[in-house]
Design a protein around this ligand. Structure first.
Ligand SMILES: Nc1ncnc2c1ncn2[C@@H]1O[C@H](COP(=O)(O)OP(=O)(O)OP(=O)(O)O)[C@@H](O)[C@H]1O
Ligand SMILES: [Mg+2]
Length: 350
């Protein structure tokens, strides 16, 4: 995979070319101080505190002037962390969210914080304000990857191209996972289609294999083929309940992209990629989906989650766990105090 392929799969590169076939979105340049805040490990305190659409008051101060560094006030008993504020950026984001109907799906240049949805109150990537977005972004390794090592796995030694980071806001759309497919394109030929959510078996996919495959192939030929800046790429599509195909995303053709029900070896070598036995599909791409015989698998993002107990403790959801935890801490403290006093040298004052 070449660095140029990574550059070309950035949202702001492909969106203007394929606007008509994808979900309505807005792109905002990410100011440097916001990038710094996202990369700062020191605080999970969330900035961008506009709780709802109308609470942002207009301000003439620029973000850099207004930015307040994280402050630690150490007065022996409490430690208070104040998140930085980005008033201008907050207003721009809120306006964009409102334009998109009030509920959005957030991304950076390539990735969405899919590994962080467990942290959101609604366990979803749906956001209504910049603070919702920050909470997800600051908890996501996928977002950190975009910011720190976008060219990982690239084979060329050329210097890294300069990246202008941007916040992508996409109108929220209820996508049914069984309608999502990932398409692998090599030398401008659609060679493979995989069910995107391979952890589940969807009956309708096996029943409609031929029509799904041919509608995706048609969509590819009519709107994508020879129009993307590279000849090797991966595109994600959605087939809605009316059978209409939509573009969701482009990804680089290589290891950074999940090959789902294929392996990268198969995709790069072309081995095993025979199209279906079904007559109608013989010239088409290889089509793979989870059949009922395959054991349903755990969600790939599960490993990014924290243990349930931690979550319950942090949200106060299970008060008994909290009480047990406090008792445990108190017991530990008492033990420590006892052993401390034993270890202390006795000073004879007489
Ligand atoms: N506008 C949207 N509204 C609601 N859900 C969405 C929207 N766009 C995408 N999704 C959901 O989020 C998932 C991930 O979206 P997307 O492919 O844009 O993220 P990504 O970070 O590029 O993922 P990957 O790393 O797999 O390429 C999609 O499979 C879809 O289920
Ligand atoms: Mg993607």
């Amino acid at each position: 995979m070449k660095k140029e392929q990574v550059v070309n799969s950035q949202f702001s590169v492909w969106y203007p070319l394929f606007k008509k076939h994808t979900i309505k979105s807005l792109i905002l340049p990410l100011p440097q101080n916001v990038i710094d805040y996202l990369l700062d490990d020191g605080t999970l305190v969330v900035s961008g505190s506009c709780e709802n659409n109308n609470q942002c008051s207009q301000t003439n101060n620029s973000d850099s002037e207004e930015e307040e560094d994280i402050q630690w006030s150490d007065d022996e008993t409490t430690t208070v962390a104040t998140a930085p504020e980005f008033p201008e950026f907050t207003i721009k984001v809120q306006e964009a969210i409102n334009t998109l109907g009030g509920r959005i799906f957030p991304k950076l240049n390539w990735s969405a914080p899919r590994d962080a949805n467990w942290i959101a109150l609604n366990s979803s990537l749906q956001c209504q304000s910049l603070s919702d977005i920050f909470l997800l972004f600051k908890s996501s390794d996928f977002i950190t990857h975009d910011l720190t090592q976008p060219f990982l796995h690239c084979s060329d030694d050329s210097p890294d191209p300069v990246i202008n980071y941007e916040l992508v806001l996409r109108k929220w759309s209820e996508l049914i996972p069984g309608g999502e497919f990932r398409c692998f394109v090599k030398e401008n030929k659609l060679i493979g289609i995989s069910q995107r959510d391979y952890t589940q078996h969807y009956q309708h996919i096996s029943k409609q294999e031929a029509s799904i495959s041919s509608s995706i192939l048609q969509f590819f030929r009519d709107h994508i083929q020879h129009q993307f800046p590279d000849e090797d790429f991966v595109l994600d599509v959605y087939r809605d309940s009316m059978g209409r195909v939509w573009l969701i995303d482009f990804n680089p053709f290589g290891e950074v992209t999940d090959s789902l029900l294929f392996t990268w070896e198969e995709l790069t070598s072309g081995n095993n990629l025979t199209a279906s036995d079904t007559e109608a599909l013989q010239d088409g791409p290889a089509f793979r989906y989870t059949t009922s015989e395959v054991t349903v698998q755990p969600s790939p993002c599960l490993s990014y989650r924290i243990p349930r107990d931690f979550l319950d403790l942090s949200t106060g959801e299970d008060s008994y766990k909290l009480i047990d935890f406090l008792k445990l801490k108190k017991g530990q403290q008492e033990e420590e105090e006892e052993s401390d006093s034993e270890a202390e040298p006795h000073v004879d004052t007489t």
